[in-house]
Write a protein that binds this ligand. Structure first.
Ligand code: TRP
Length: 332
């Protein structure tokens, strides 16, 4: 059998995913469902390391699930579930914490960045142990591949180190996972600040295209995107970051090459070009938004789908966990 096990996770930390999430990672999740045994996890426990607003927390977890299904994650083809529904994540997480060194955990750059932001006193222990929980997410499913962005490379390396350490001390238990790092070509930038990554935390509200925003709002954001000096529609990330970003967005969604798009807009201005980009984005997102909103209307059904996913996930997770406990000498 050539099927590979794939696992990835996303935090339910916003009301809507944005186009950067989609083109940078989630589109790849959809593609990897075919021909692989894919597990996709909404990592709500990881999200607890940020601000906790209970009503919002619940809403965002369900909105995340609805969007993932709407953009093509099929609960039949893959296993879609919520992390807190499968208690084995916490259980193996503890084992990983007992395996990891304080020093190596202190070197995680995401921890250093995030804890530096709020000042050392407001940093929580959960932020520190976050990578060990992530290692558990991955190792529980014996994943071959972990599709993630470049920023997660260090966490995958740590996961491999922990797995290697465990296997050599306690016997072969975990498969060594490989990061499946998204190609840089799919990277898109803030519409207002086209040198900064499109991101909810760092970007401007008007620079981020949200999947659940109305077509009107998204069209308006594109039409008021920052452009560059000159008037030629040409891909040049250095001199024309704004236009290059819009070209990438159009090309990624329409499937047309950048060269083809440049040709089409020879002799036309930025205005025409932005109109065309807006049209492509809006038409691409329209059915996704519609489907997500539909799913959110029937919460019971959506939660049932997630419970079914958790059940499938638990079969794999519990088998890995009990093998881990056995190899550690825990009495059954
Ligand atoms: N840390 C990841 C991020 O911020 C989210 C995540 C949690 C994850 N567990 C995972 C990603 C397991 C891949 C596999 O994007």
């Amino acid at each position: 059998m050539t099927q590979k096990r794939v696992l990835s996770g996303i935090q339910p930390t916003s009301d809507s995913f944005h186009l950067g999430n989609y083109l940078g990672a989630l589109k790849q999740w959809v593609e990897l469902q075919d021909g692989n045994d894919a597990f996709y996890c909404i990592v709500d426990l990881h999200a607890l390391t940020g601000e906790i607003e209970p009503a919002l927390f619940r809403k965002r977890t369900l909105a995340s699930a609805a969007q993932l299904i709407a953009l093509g994650i099929s609960p039949e083809k893959s296993t879609l579930f919520v992390q807190s529904h499968v208690a084995e994540h916490n259980q193996l997480g503890w084992i990983m914490e007992c395996l990891a060194g304080f020093g190596e955990a202190s070197r995680m750059t995401q921890f250093k960045d995030k804890s530096a932001k709020g000042g050392a006193d407001s940093a929580r222990v959960g932020l520190f142990t976050y990578p060990m929980l992530q290692a558990a997410d991955i190792l529980l499913y014996q994943a071959h591949y972990v599709p993630v962005g470049e920023d997660q490379r260090q966490h995958i390396e740590l996961t491999r180190d922990l797995a290697t350490r465990f296997n050599s001390r306690f016997g072969e238990t975990f498969r060594l996972p490989e990061g499946y790092i998204v190609k840089a070509g799919a990277k898109i930038y803030d519409l207002q600040e086209p040198t900064a990554k499109m991101s909810k935390s760092s970007g401007s509200v008007s620079g981020v295209l949200e999947l659940l925003d109305s077509p009107e709002v998204n069209a308006k954001k594109i039409k008021s995107a920052a452009t560059d000096a000159g008037r030629e529609v040409k891909f040049d990330e250095k001199e024309k970051p704004g236009i290059s970003n819009l070209l990438t967005i159009h090309s990624s969604l329409s499937g047309r090459s950048i060269a083809d798009l440049e040709n089409e807009f020879v002799g036309k201005g930025y205005g025409d070009f932005k109109g065309a980009v807006a049209e492509v984005v809006v038409e691409y997102l329209r059915p996704i938004r519609q489907k997500a909103l539909e799913l959110l209307e029937d919460e019971r059904h959506l939660i049932d789908l997630l419970h079914e996913g958790a059940e499938k996930a638990r079969v794999v997770a519990s088998s890995t966990l009990s093998n881990t406990y056995k190899n550690l000498g825990l009495v059954k």
